[in-house]
Design a binder for this molecule. Sequence first.
Ligand code: AQP
Length: 342
Amino acid sequence: MKRIFSGVQPTGNLHLGNYLGAIRNFVALQHDYDSIYCVVDLHAITVWQDPAELAAHTRQVTAAYLAAGVDPERCIIFNQSRVTAHSELAWIFNCVARIGWLNRMTQFKEKAGKHKENASAGLYVYPALMAADILAYKATHVPVGEDQKQHLEFARNVAQKFNHDYGREVFPVPDPIIMGSAARVMSLRDGTKKMSKSEPSDMTRINMTDDADTIANKLKRATTDTGTLPGPDVLDESGELPETARKERPECYNLLSIYAALADLSWREVLTQFEGQGFAAFKGALTELAVEKLGPIGSEMQRLTNDPAEIDRILKRGGERAAEIANPVLNEAMDAVGFLRG
Ligand code: AQP
């Protein structure tokens, strides 16, 4: 059986990067995999979250899954803190993983920034919790954005070391599924930074709930350069965009890759379509497309969040189904470790 586990943190406004890099893929993958989609609230509190906002954002992420087309009957949708197996297995994995592995994690360095001593201990051991999320369900595959590849490698190492140390094949070693051309959507204001929920300026991202006027305004004011749009001759032999080209014009290629992802076009198709045009015309076309694709999802999210009781019911039911899978796996791991459970 092929099973995937993935999650989104309830840390702020969901944006186009979360949609194209994660949630849209969840919808596609649910047909081919036994799918478990989590709202990872335990991960969220590795940086401070206002309690009322955390609850609202947890419902918002759930609404985004549902509005985008994740089917709660076919998949399991739940918030992480409901299933205590995640925290319990994470503790065991804290004792399996090595400090040296954690020290290599680039995301900790990015998120902790210059004030490493003030970061929470949870932020440091975050990868062990992520390993527990995946392995508690014996997931075989994990859809990941470029930025999560290192954490998945960590989870693979944990699975292998656990099995080796305790002499039992308890955990499968999960494989990544890297999706599509928009694996990394960048900020509208700085094409070298990723679009992010926790970035203070709302002008850097398109939120999944932005209305048409807001999307138009943000794209109109998105940073660009003074050139015209390039043609397909910038591509390499395999039709991919060379890193050198992207580095020269990061904002330009970010907007083009967003267009390609939303329209399901290849680099060659999108570059052929807009070759030689100015940014004003292109931004108009991109606005129209973004509104067409995100508009219905945003309205459905609003409708769903107006009925929190229904969302809470889905999360509760999902949590029960998730625990039915995770608890026996946790027991198996505890038994391997030698904990008395009877
Ligand atoms: N800019 C992005 N481009 C493509 N994919 C992205 N993802 C996030 N940003 C982009 C993908 O969304 C999923 C959920 O991410 P997360 O909630 O676990 O946190 P994150 O990766 O740290 O995302 P954010 O939006 O930047 O949140 P904050 O600001 O809280 O750190 C993941 O699959 C991720 O790859």
